[in-house]
Design a protein around this ligand. Sequence first.
Ligand code: FAD
Length: 481
Amino acid sequence: MIYIIGSGIAGLSAAISLKMSNYPVTVITKRVQGGSSYESRGGIAAATAPNDSPELHAQDTIAVGDGLCDVKSVDYFTREALEAIETLEKWGFEFDKDLRLEAGHSRRRVHHRMDSTGMFLTNFLLKLATKLGINIVEDRVMALKVRGNVVKGFITTGGVSIDDADSVILATGGYAYLWSYTSNPRDNTGDGVALAFRAGAVVGDLEFVQFHPTVTVIDGESFLLTETLRGEGAVLINDKGERFAFKYHEKGELAPRDVLSRAIYNEYRLGRRVYMDLKPIDNFEIKFPSVNEFLRRHGLTRNDLIPVVPGAHYSIGGVRVNIRGESTIRGLYAIGEVANTGLHGANRLASNSLLEALVMGINMPLHIGEDWEGPDLNDGEVLNVKLPSGSREMGLEEIRRLNWDYLGIIRDGDELSRLISIYEDVYLTGIDEWSNAALISYLTAKAALMRKESRGSHYRADYPSRDDARFRRRIYFRMMD
Ligand code: FAD
């Protein structure tokens, strides 16, 4: 039996594709409609337009990735994108006819379904999985079983214990919920990365956490104001009425996410407030029904200025794998946001993550029987980490606040060192969600401290420039026995 952990777009597309190729699969998931997939809005990037090509898509991906993209991964995913879209359509999923433009893309190539692509697609995949008779169980995997560097199974909080898995596919999503301001749902606390790390797998690029520039929090409800709003004409202004984004980047509101996030963060540091003005968008209600509905729920309209803050959005780091999803442990795959393939480099091009999740999921039957290769680790340093023996328990809210304060959009060596020493007192060797959350935060802080430069989504106030001579390398961690 092949066990798939997680029921986001990566997990479901893998389950369906494997089942259609007659592999026996079971999906175990914390929450069936959990994870970022259900919340994702903008869409999926693929160079299907006549004026576009996978090469152009690859160029855009590499430009945003700021010197750390794995070129082999970029070529693979931008090429496979076309077939992934075709496969979804063959399965019966309908995209809207137009392609949208998002920041960093030189062509209109974002395939979408209104402004709730993830919800439509996840519901569609769930329905198809049910039709195919795929067993989906709600439970939380809390530890993997590995012997002689081969995965054998796992245990769950619901008391399930598996010892005879043919393969285990982690599709558990990322860890961007670990910051106070976030676009992510509560499910994304980094469980999968922690499970793999504790089992001995190599994890990498953890310091690269992408902050989305425009999250709004109204009456306590967080809501992502998708990039396509800006692609379709929305502008940002501060409370002095200035359209400030051009002060920070020539592309203004369509600047790369990290630049725009820092620009907004900086406006706040200067004591200003930042708003999105939706009035310039044509046919707003038709193009963005879910944003319109969110505003309506809170008694607002498109004519109001909507307050925005940057929030943790996407974890680039994760379980190091090759393009097939193979980790450093035989039989253990990681796909989607839990995986680190090098596609995104130091910064993710918008709409490339659903693409990565789908390509890895859909292509799983092509790889599952192949000779095991595992990832190439020659592009970085593998550091063996001995976990400190702290005993303090720490709640998730405290972890999120600490990360926002000390491991956020603008980082600094002294603050990172302080954060690491706080986590050294915490019980990092447990298997509860909060212990996993603290472990991932600790490792992320360590990587952020080691990377004494600014690159992509990682910005150090004390090292504001990119340093290719020393840091055009990945930082990998493996647990010391
Ligand atoms: P997820 O969808 O996060 O699913 C993870 C699954 O794992 C969940 O089912 C969860 O319950 C389960 N799980 C976790 N831990 C365990 C455990 N221990 N045991 C069992 N199950 C577990 N990307 C784009 O490309 N385009 C977009 O337009 C876009 N918009 C976005 C908008 C928002 C608001 C957000 C938050 C993200 C957006 N992203 C977008 C990013 C994208 O949605 C994610 O990268 C992608 O959905 C990840 O899919 P996944 O299947 O890997 O993980």
